[in-house]
Ligand binder design. Structure first.
Ligand code: ACO
Length: 430
């Protein structure tokens, strides 16, 4: 493909083009500043590629999501979360033997160091579980230092996937004042998590296979999503040479925000608010359009998807069936469907190409599974972990990686001389 030509005043600069394996085109501006003293300005990085990546492909116009070439529809219909984790991290679907070894390693590293239990005890009972998750994941680096042994990083990847579900379940148990339930080696990944969440020592607890299957599917749907806010954070932190646990912990914090992973609980809060207000969906659609109000339809809109979010389509298709089979009649599902219908018919949403995203329906399924609202974003983090790890490893192993360090356009004061305090007037009350 021909180079791109940039004209800056009298200067003409040839910039190479990079074409991805799915035909995506990029102008390579890596030499721009050195050649011209000029930078690009792209707040929110909507037009900026931060890396070349072979993990996940998204076509937001067509609503396509593929991991390592496999479509999300194919993976959710046929695969398991641990198999998808393997695919993301190692690049290929595992053989039977490879998967068995991977799963066995995940099973045998799922215990937390007993000393870590003291950390949970120090938190107030109402601590947000995402804060607990991110800090406990960061403190894993104090127990498993990957700088001391050569093969420690590979083992730390296993440890992290194995232990995150134990950390998440312990955080929940702490928040409700129940004893911690230890992992069980005879259960698969999602069933073990459900058992640690819901079992109590005094009672028999059987994991419902439908709930486990639904969780497995939800985790696959969240497993990776190329250079989103939390993944870029993971890569950015790691680009300085920071360890795996610290980088993932930063990603968990990035995910917690309501514009990102926090949207799934924000959706339920919004649906509850609409229900309590008599179910007047039109009123809230009008409010979301009103630029003088802060209200947005949570679970609507996406930076990349401008057609539909394929993950939302998969969730929506199973929401009815799962709720039916579990015998749950959730009035919030009816409100969600009505809201979706009204918004999709509305000119405002059509013109801006705003469609339901993955978070619009995931909360309804989490509720049906008995997961409390403040744990929803933790569930997202559990699912996204293999993606973060795969992206972090790709960043680390790419010889082209440089420390992430964007530029800025400075718009503050020009150089001026220091004024002694006695000569300064009062500038502000603050
Ligand atoms: N409700 C009402 N209006 C919206 C919404 C919404 N949910 N989302 C975007 N818009 C409007 C904006 O006001 C803006 O309108 P304007 O052009 O008249 O100013 C236009 O659509 C474009 O929106 P931006 O905020 O510029 O889009 P951006 O790509 O920066 O943001 C985001 C994407 C953050 C997802 C946004 O759509 C949003 O806030 N959605 C609600 C939160 C949410 O569901 N987040 C989850 C995202 S998916 C995920 O993380 C898994």
């Amino acid at each position: 493909m021909d180079n791109a030509t940039l004209t800056l005043g009298n200067e003409v600069l040839e910039l190479p083009m990079v074409v991805g394996s799915e035909g995506e085109k990029a102008v390579d501006i890596r030499k721009l500043r050195a050649g011209t003293g000029t930078i690009t300005l792209d707040s929110g990085y909507g037009n900026t590629g931060s890396c070349e990546s072979a993990i996940t492909f998204i076509d937001g116009e067509k609503g396509i999501l593929r991991h390592r070439g496999y479509s999300i529809e194919d993976l959710t219909a046929n695969s398991t979360f641990t198999e998808v984790a393997y695919l993301l991290i190692y690049g290929e679907l595992p053989s039977e033997e490879e998967l068995a070894t991977f799963e066995e390693r995940l099973t045998h590293h799922s215990l937390l160091h007993e000393d870590m239990k003291k950390f949970f005890e120090g938190y107030p009972a109402n601590a947000p579980p995402m804060s607990v998750l991110s800090t406990i994941v960061a403190s894993l680096s104090a127990f498993y230092d990957e700088s001391t042994q050569e093969d420690e990083l590979e083992l730390n990847v296993i440890r992290l996937i194995a232990k995150i579900k134990t950390i998440a379940a312990f955080a929940y148990k702490k928040s409700i004042g129940q004893p911690y339930i230890y992992p069980r080696n005879d259960l698969d990944y999602s069933s073990d998590f459900l058992h640690m969440m819901f079992a109590v020592p005094s009672e028999e607890y059987e994991v419902d296979p439908l709930v486990s299957k639904t969780l497995n599917r939800l985790m696959i749907l969240h497993a990776d999503h190329e250079q989103n806010c939390s993944t870029s954070t993971v890569r950015m932190v790691g680009s300085s040479g920071a360890n795996l646990f610290g980088s993932i912990s930063a990603g968990i914090s990035a995910l917690s925000g309501p514009l990102h992973g926090g949207a799934n609980s924000a959706v339920i809060k919004m649906l509850n608010m609409i229900a309590e207000d008599g179910g007047n969906v039109d009123k809230y659609v009008e409010l979301a359009k009103d630029k003088s109000s802060d209200f947005r339809l949570m679970g609507f809109g996406h930076r990349v998807y401008k057609n539909f979010d394929p993950r939302a389509r998969v969730i929506k298709s199973s929401a009815d069936a799962v709720l039916d089979q579990l015998g749950i009649d959730d009035p919030l599902l009816d409100i969600a469907k009505k809201l979706e219908r009204v918004a999709l018919e509305d000119e405002y949403f059509a013109a801006r190409r705003l469609y339901p995203n993955v978070d619009f329906y995931s909360g309804i399924l989490y509720r049906a599974m008995g997961i409390p609202t403040n744990m929803f974003t933790v569930m997202f983090a559990l699912g996204r972990l293999p993606g973060w790890i795969a992206q972090w490893l790709e960043m680390k192993n790419d010889p082209g990686t440089r420390i992430y360090r964007p530029r800025q356009v400075y718009v503050g004061e020009n150089g001026r001389s220091y004024v002694p305090i006695a000569e300064r007037g009062v500038v502000s009350a603050g």
